[in-house]
Design a protein around this ligand. Structure first.
Ligand code: ADP
Ligand code: MG
Length: 600
């Protein structure tokens, strides 16, 4: 904890300092209010922070209240706190390069109070019989100021956000969207401060609860579930001017995007595409090409190399020597996975597609983290083939069953690397060799069927066993928001328990026994940012279902399965490309081979 443990004096920054601080909108939406209030609580040395959100009645988010057990404020201080540029954390611009508190601009409370009704009740630590102070500020004016009884610490309640700026209020999104932003911010903050207990209640229901004096593993377990927490590998590395600590998930856990690569720099949660790339790079070929790892990393970089003063909400920082930092992070991750024996030392360049399977887990070195990393065993071949059978059966029209399985003159000669089907065909007088990308091919088949079904009206079917999705609060909010879209596509989801959903019904093309991971991936994509910004959502969903439901690269197939897939492919309208426009097949004609061998 960097914060002082008594309430330090609040002062107004001088104009010169103010002018050098990145200015801008602090209050964009309810989540920004929560962020600023919670950061203040952390800066005040709080051990427990309680966040209460009230929504409903068509009014969106009505009230947000953050209560802490931090230093509290004296009556004199709290009256100053709502003035612009009033801060106890910075005195002069020279302090900025060594700032360690979350806040420093003295602007948050003033900005919030200018656009909402705020009530603060605060009592300094160790102030004994001295009464607490209660202030009510509306549109920037103190309208009530009185002594009251209250425990030590501070509670700030914010109501009617943007009541005096109707134009801003109009731009707020649905309650679920705003809640999703709040949960996302709270997840990040809770991960960066596992030693503090955060409890978030929405309309009285607990949505987030982390424990006091916890470790990062405890926080991850509380936020994302114990399954993931069990499969984490500790990371600890140091370079000349940087320290990297944290946890990364065993490669069996993957995500379709970088959303779960969470990084903080000097305890500030930041979004950095460069750092996310570095982490992905560290996993190398341990992950399939289009999958991303899960990682929680905290970088401590010499404060002289980090500029926090570049973004009004402090979401971004500027790192000098960023290229070095990226390279070093990638190499620390690689080393960590190597010593966890996930990358065999004998093979300097692992062959793509041949992810090494560790013989056993790894033994954690003595330290704060006692975690084991059981790596999910690869499916035995027979199970995989029966899954492939199911996938193929679903995309087979009933008539196909009796139809001849392959185009005349085609012969399957084998499968390369469990990814490409090799076929010979003789369209003219010569034979040619064709490589078919099994995933792209099946994706094309599924895509056309999903589209056709949609035009006839979506048909869905009940799963034999409902698939249970246990989500993070942020994802759960996104799913609630996407329920109408999901329903329109044939997914019936029922909410039960905290942030859990039962998927009862799926589109017919996916079948009755679809693998839970496939559903997981489809839902993750549907609530993902890419689709949210897509112009044609329906088309986007069709592509997602086709991609996630299709046979994957890496699935071993029998000759008969390969023949069935090809026969389905050649019945589609566009057999030569997948829905994303990539080729489904590449052919080597006799002429091409002759040219390659310089025979002509
Ligand atoms: P900043 O955090 O940038 O200093 P704020 O407007 O957020 O600016 O807060 C102004 C000042 O009010 C802080 O510097 C701090 O001294 C005081 N303050 C705000 N919230 C709390 C709190 N929860 N507990 C104790 N002091 C607080
Ligand atoms: Mg602040």
């Amino acid at each position: 904890m960097n914060a002082a443990h008594t309430d330090p004096r609040i002062q107004i920054l001088d104009e010169e300092t103010v002018n050098q601080i990145a200015a801008g909108e602090v209050v964009e939406r309810p989540a920004s209010v929560v962020k600023e209030l919670v950061e203040n609580a952390i800066d005040a040395g709080a051990e427990t922070v309680r966040i209460e959100i009230i929504s409903g009645g068509g009014g969106g988010i009505k009230r947000m209240r953050v209560v802490d057990d931090g230093t509290g404020m004296s009556r004199e201080n709290v009256r100053l706190a709502f003035l612009r540029h009033a801060t106890s954390k910075l005195r002069a611009i020279d302090d900025l390069h060594r700032i360690r508190s979350m806040g420093f601009r003295g602007e948050a409370l003033a900005s919030i109070a200018a656009v909402a009704r705020v009530e603060v009740v605060t009592k300094p630590r160790g102030s004994g019989a001295v009464p607490a102070t209660r202030l009510v500020i509306s549109g920037g004016e103190i309208v009530e100021d009185e002594e009251t009884g209250a425990p030590e610490g501070t509670g700030v309640a914010v109501e009617d956000l943007f009541f005096n700026i109707p134009a801003r209020k109009k731009f707020l999104k649905s309650t679920q969207t705003e809640l999703r932003h709040i949960y996302a911010i709270m997840e990040q903050i809770a991960l960066a401060h596992p030693d503090i207990s955060f409890r978030l209640l929405h309309n009285g229901r607990e949505r987030i609860a982390t424990q006091k004096k916890g470790t990062l593993v405890d926080a991850i377990s509380a936020l994302f579930g114990s399954d993931l927490a069990r499969d984490l590998i500790p990371v600890s590395g140091r370079t000349a001017y940087m320290q990297v600590e944290g946890l990364i998930a065993a490669p069996a856990h993957t995500r379709p995007n970088t959303a779960q690569i969470l990084t903080s720099v000097n305890r500030r949660q930041i979004s950095s595409a460069a750092l996310a790339r570095a982490v992905r790079e560290g996993y190398g070929t341990l992950l399939p090409k289009d999958r991303f790892p899960i990682a929680f990393l905290s970088l401590t970089i010499d404060t002289g190399l980090v500029d926090v003063n570049v973004h009004p909400t402090k979401r971004e920082v500027r790192i000098s020597r960023e290229a070095d930092v990226v390279r070093e992070v990638a190499s620390i991750i690689r080393e960590t996975l190597r010593s966890a024996r996930l990358i065999p030392e004998a093979s300097p360049s692992p062959v793509p597609g041949h992810s090494p399977v560790p013989e056993s887990g790894y033994t954690p070195s003595a330290g704060a983290w006692q975690v084991a990393a059981p790596v999910r065993a690869y499916h035995p071949v027979h199970r995989e083939q029966s899954a492939t059978d199911t996938q193929l059966r679903l995309t087979e029209k009933t008539a196909d069953a009796t139809a001849e399985t392959l185009l005349p003159g085609m012969k399957v000669i084998g499968q390369l690397d469990a990814a490409y089907i090799m076929v010979t065909s003789s369209p003219g007088s010569h034979e040619e060799l064709i490589f078919v990308d099994q995933h792209a091919a099946h994706e094309r088949v599924l895509y056309e069927q999903v589209r056709a079904k949609r035009e006839q009206g979506v048909r869905s079917q009940e799963l034999l066993v409902p698939v249970i999705l246990t989500l993070r609060p942020k994802e759960a909010a996104a799913v609630r928001e996407a329920l109408p879209l999901l329903l329109a596509e044939g997914f019936v989801l029922e909410e039960f328990g905290r942030d859990s959903f039962a998927v009862r019904t799926v589109p017919v093309v996916l079948g009755k026994q679809v693998e839970p991971e496939v559903i997981d991936d489809i839902i993750a994509d549907i609530i993902g940012d890419e689709l949210r910004s897509a112009a044609d959502k329906k088309e986007g969903v069709t592509c997602i279902i086709a991609c996630r439901g299709a046979i994957k690269a890496g699935a071993h197939m029998t000759r008969e399965q390969m023949e069935r897939l090809l026969s389905q492919l050649f019945r589609t309208k566009n057999p030569s490309t997948c829905p994303h426009g990539r080729p489904t097949m590449v052919s080597f004609s006799r002429e091409r081979l002759d040219r390659m061998f310089r025979r002509t």
